[in-house]
Design a protein around this ligand. Structure first.
Ligand SMILES: Nc1nc2c(ncn2[C@@H]2O[C@H](COP(=O)(O)OP(=O)(O)OP(=O)(O)O)[C@@H](O)[C@H]2O)c(=O)[nH]1
Ligand SMILES: [Mg+2]
Length: 345
């Protein structure tokens, strides 16, 4: 039986132990998370994403400092999707985060990919659960906004910061990757560098052109997104502010914190915070259900039938959709996916 008391009362070693269990997918993690989950839902989750090298870690470090000065406790989760063998970025982050070391109101954790990015998304969510239960006021989640999976990790937060910087190449890249769509606060960092004003203009133009408001998951949302999400409904809608910062000179950081707090206040006042929590947890429920159903099905299939189906598909004797139905049917004896009213898993 897992006793959550040490973590709930701020014992850092107990917290670190559970985070390691989560990262290793140790069997103990599940019981710990089950006991901790009831104590979550209080932290303000802030996602920080953007192209590689735009200054996310530097900004997170600065933000953590001003949040501490304002009396908030802060946890930082740095998600590094690169191979564990090239952990240079993590090392860099550790060194940079040294300013904050020794402060009991700050907790920093780097996470590297062990398996798939999907696995990383899940263990990040679990780490955030543990940090939330441990009582941190603000949880900053840094991911490189390079692919959909990483963007999804950040967008699961309540407030999403998108960090751009001049001279990183094609600004349109980031826009294509759907980063702007998920931004609640937009930052052009490295404003000391040439091209910062041009980057601001480009972002402002695309903000004006774009239709912010449709926060939708890349896959697997089981019900339609709430119409309230994204503030597309006019009155009281949130317009993402566009800020400039110079992380290495601590410039623009109080203004950035202020924008984050304003967004939090907006989420609370509009009821959107509850909507976003609902969306995030529903996404997780759907994801886990899919995984369980698939694993259960694969485990109980007639040996060889999956491969046989694949061979038939490759030989163009059977199409993938029908093959999937046949596999599902042979297992459960139900006609999965043929009833249009049944949810598509
Ligand atoms: N000139 C200038 N350099 C900056 C600024 N902010 C960060 N840097 C530098 O830019 C480099 C990358 O900064 P990081 O904070 O590691 O950027 P990141 O976005 O976390 O990088 P990844 O996690 O690797 O994607 C470092 O050498 C920083 O010192 C800034 O405002 N101005
Ligand atoms: Mg970084």
């Amino acid at each position: 039986m897992f006793d959550p008391t040490p973590i709930l009362s701020g014992n850092r070693r107990a917290l670190a132990r559970v985070l390691t269990q989560i990262e290793n997918s140790a069997p103990e993690a599940e019981a710990a998370l089950a006991a901790l989950f009831a104590h979550t839902g209080r932290a303000h989750l802030v996602g920080v994403t953007g192209p590689p090298g735009s200054g996310k870690s530097s900004l997170v470090n600065e933000l953590a400092k001003v949040m501490r000065s304002a009396g908030r406790t802060v946890a930082v989760v740095a998600v590094d999707p690169s191979s564990p063998f090239t952990g240079g970025a993590i090392l860099g982050d550790r060194i940079r985060m040294r300013d904050l070391a020794g402060d009991p109101g700050v907790f920093i954790r780097s996470m590297a990919t062990r398996g798939s990015l999907g696995g990383l998304a899940r263990s990040t969510a679990e780490v955030v659960t543990a940090l939330d239960a441990a009582g941190f006021d603000k949880i900053l989640i840094e991911t490189v906004g390079a692919g959909q999976a990483e963007v999804d990790i950040a967008r699961a937060a309540h407030t999403v910061l998108v960090i751009e910087a001049p001279g990183l190449g094609d600004d349109v890249q980031a826009i294509k990757a759907g980063l702007l769509e998920v931004a609640d606060v937009l930052v052009v960092n490295k404003a000391d560098q040439p091209g910062a004003d041009a980057a601001m203009r480009a972002l402002r133009a695309s903000l004006d052109l774009g239709h912010p408001g449709t926060r939708h998951w890349a896959d697997g949302h089981l019900s339609s997104p709430s119409p309230k999400l994204g503030g597309g409904s006019g009155k009281g809608a949130w317009v993402p502010p566009l800020l400039q910062t110079v992380a290495v000179q601590s410039k623009g950081i109080p203004e950035l914190r202020e924008a984050i707090e304003r967004h939090h206040a907006h989420l609370l006042a509009s009821g959107e915070l509850a909507d976003r929590d609902r969306e995030r947890l529903e996404h997780e429920l759907g994801q886990r259900l899919r995984e369980l159903l698939l694993a259960g099905l694969l485990a109980r299939l007639e040996p060889g039938s999956y491969d046989a189906a694949l061979e038939q598909i490759l030989a163009r004797q059977l199409d993938p959709a029908r093959a999937a139905r046949q596999l599902a049917r042979s297992e459960y004896g139900v006609r999965v996916g043929e009833d249009p009213s049944s949810p598509a898993l």
